[in-house]
Design a binder for this molecule. Structure first.
Ligand code: NAP
Length: 287
């Protein structure tokens, strides 16, 4: 039986550490504040928003919501982003995507100041992840994978890690972050040959394909750690990951569940990034 790497203890540890940092910020007259920008009423956005608001408020972070209608104009959304940029009392911004088709997503994301980009939607933040500079923040989900591995004591240095998925939201950034921690990373995608073999030979397998159950017992080997990033809905309407937990759990050494794994940690990472953004402002003011 594998050790189940639950997200809740990781999220709790992150939140505990944040509470002290938020107190210090408030003592220095800074109220860490997150702006949430939502266009429309998509269920998945609303669910994530509820989790993020709860997590931030628990840590003492203020949340300001900017809600626009599904048919809002690009100019209106850009105006909101500029308003957030100009407001020194807002330290981080979460913008839900994808945006409606009348909006040029690249243009809107690019309008946000990288220092307020707590979920890596700007090219400035991505550049930070790829070059190792301190610009912006890595994507919360990619960071959540690293937080889980760190929390449960897995050493990344020198480890063979396979990552399924090469999106800019998860696969590519998490691969870069693992490499910067001296892991040896194999990035896999739909054109990868012998995908199951590439996965079996890894010591740590990170799955971010967005395909329910594509990883079964033929993709894994004894002793492995499996991080399942996927959030899908199965035929019965239940939340499930990219990994067939029922078939893989008896083979590997440890595995994250879905739900209750990576997704649980993501909003804590978001809160952490908001606090870090506010601390940077404090640092500037102290100097
Ligand atoms: P995405 O943009 O659709 O990218 C999926 C990636 O997986 C692509 O690079 C694709 O390869 C690869 N892929 C898809 N099917 C594959 C297959 N059968 N074999 C090998 N590679 C395959 O998805 P994403 O935005 O990265 O999200 C991935 C998953 O993470 C989704 O389930 C999403 O819901 C979940 N997610 C979770 C959180 C969280 O907080 N837990 C946050 C964000 C996303 P190609 O490049 O070749 O097409």
């Amino acid at each position: 039986m594998a050790k189940i790497l639950k997200g809740a203890p990781v999220a709790a540890a992150l939140s505990d550490a944040l509470t002290k940092r938020v107190k210090r910020l408030k003592k220095n007259g800074i109220m860490p504040t997150l702006a949430i920008v939502r266009v429309g009423q998509r269920d998945s956005d609303l669910a994530y928003e509820r989790g993020a608001v709860k997590r931030c408020e628990t840590a003492g972070i203020e949340v300001r919501r900017f809600v626009l209608s599904e048919d809002c104009s690009q100019e209106c959304l850009l105006k909101t982003i500029r308003q957030i940029n100009d407001d020194s009392k807002i330290h981080g911004c979460l913008l839900f995507r994808p945006l409606p088709k009348q909006i040029d997503e690249r243009l809107v994301c690019g309008a946000l100041l990288p220092e307020k980009d707590v979920d890596c939607i700007t090219s400035g933040s991505l550049c930070g992840v790829f070059t190792g500079s301190q610009t912006g923040f890595p994507p919360c989900t990619a960071q959540a994978c690293i937080e889980i591995l760190d929390h449960y004591g897995y050493v990344l240095k020198g480890k063979r890690v396979s990552v399924i998925g090469r999106s800019l939201v998860v696969g590519k950034p998490v691969s870069m972050m693992l490499q910067s921690r001296n892991a040896t990373v194999t990035m896999c995608h739909t054109k990868t040959e012998n995908l199951a073999a590439r996965c079996r030979e890894a010591e740590i397998l990170i799955v971010a394909a967005g395909r329910a159950g594509i990883v079964d017992e033929t993709f894994v080997s004894p002793g492995q750690t499996v991080i399942d990033v996927g959030i899908n809905t199965d035929a019965g309407g239940h939340l499930c990951g990219d990994v067939r937990f029922d078939r893989v759990e008896s083979v590997v050494a440890s595995i994250t569940p879905v739900p209750g794994g990576v997704g649980t940690v993501t909003s804590s990472v978001l809160a952490k990034h908001v606090v870090e953004a506010a601390e940077k402002q404090l640092g500037e003011e102290v100097c």
